[in-house]
Ligand binder design. Structure first.
Ligand code: CDP
Ligand code: CDP
Length: 221
C-alpha cells in the first residue's frame, strides 16, 4: 500500500480538518479516514460498558475489536448508528482521554492503515503525518486561533439547535488541545515535513484551493 498516496490533515479541534478532508477527497476522488471517529467510538463504547476511561487494560481490548463501519456519511458500531452520539463534546473529551493510552493507539494502528486504498486517501486526525502515514507525500498541519475555533463550534451547535456558550466551548477546546499536545504517546504536533496552514481568516474554499495547489506541486501519481 506504500505506493498509494496519502494526504494527511492534522491539527487541533475545530480547525476545519474534517471539512477540508471531505472536500479534498471529493475533488480528487480519494477515500477519507476520520481517525478521530475511532477514538470517539472507543470512548463511547467504554462509557456504555461503564469502564474507567483511564483503565488501559480494560479499554484497549475494546479498541482492538471495535465493530466500526462507515457507510453513507454515517458511523455504525455493530448495527447501531452512532453518528450523532459520537459528535457530543463529552465524547470528544473522553476520546482525548483514551487517546493518551499507548495500548489504545497501538490497537487502532492497523485499522487505520487498512484505509489506504487506491486511488488515494485523505486522512484527518492528530498523528496522521507523524505516526500513522510517515511516508505520505503531502502533510498539512491546519490551525486557527482558539477564539475562531470556539466560534466555529458554537455556530455548528446553534445550527443543530443545541445551546452552548462560547466561553465554555473555548475552555473545553483549550483543555483538550493541551491534553493532546502534552501526552507522551503520539502528541499533537506538526510533522517535520508538514506544511502549516492557518485558516483563521480563510474561507473553506480558499483552504481547499491552497492544499490542491500544494498537491499539484507534488510529483504526479
Ligand atoms: O474536523 P475539525 O474538528 O478540525 O473541524 P470541522 O468540523 O471540519 O470544522 C468546524 C467548523 O468550522 C465547521 O462548521 C466548518 O464549516 C467551519 N469552518 C469555517 O467556518 N471556516 C474554515 N476555514 C474552516 C472550517
Ligand atoms: O473533531 P475534533 O477535531 O474535535 O476531534 P476528533 O478529530 O474527532 O478527535 C477526538 C479526539 O481523539 C482528539 O481530541 C484526540 O485526543 C483524539 N485523536 C487522536 O489522538 N489521534 C487521532 N489521529 C485522532 C483523534
Amino acid at each position: 500500500a506504500a505506493d498509494v498516496p496519502v494526504i494527511c490533515i492534522d491539527g487541533p479541534t475545530a480547525s476545519g480538518k474534517g471539512t477540508l478532508a471531505d472536500e479534498l477527497a471529493q475533488a480528487l476522488g480519494f477515500w477519507v479516514l476520520d481517525s478521530g471517529a475511532l477514538y470517539r467510538a472507543t470512548a463511547w463504547a467504554a462509557l456504555q460498558a461503564g469502564l474507567d476511561l483511564n483503565d488501559e487494560a480494560a479499554v484497549a481490548p475494546l479498541a482492538a475489536t471495535l465493530p466500526l463501519r462507515f457507510a453513507g456519511g454515517q458511523v455504525y458500531l455493530g448495527e447501531e448508528n452512532v453518528t450523532e452520539a459520537l459528535r457530543q463534546e463529552a465524547v470528544g473529551l473522553g476520546a482525548s482521554t483514551v487517546a493518551a493510552l499507548p495500548a489504545v493507539r497501538q490497537a487502532l494502528h492497523a485499522l487505520q492503515l487498512g484505509f489506504r486504498r487506491v486511488p488515494g486517501l485523505v486522512a484527518d486526525g492528530r498523528d496522521m503525518g507523524t505516526a500513522i502515514f510517515p511516508d505520505a507525500p503531502l502533510k498539512v498541519f491546519l490551525t486557527a486561533s482558539a477564539a475562531q475555533r470556539a466560534q466555529r463550534r458554537h455556530k455548528q451547535l446553534i445550527f443543530k439547535g443545541v445551546s452552548a456558550n462560547i466561553e465554555g466551548l473555548l475552555a473545553d477546546l483549550e483543555a483538550r488541545d493541551l491534553r493532546d499536545k502534552t501526552r507522551s504517546a503520539s502528541p499533537l504536533k506538526p510533522a517535520q515535513d508538514a506544511r502549516l496552514l492557518d485558516n483563521s481568516d480563510l474561507t473553506i474554499e480558499a483552504s481547499v484551493d491552497q492544499v490542491l495547489a500544494w498537491w499539484a506541486d507534488q510529483r504526479p501519481f
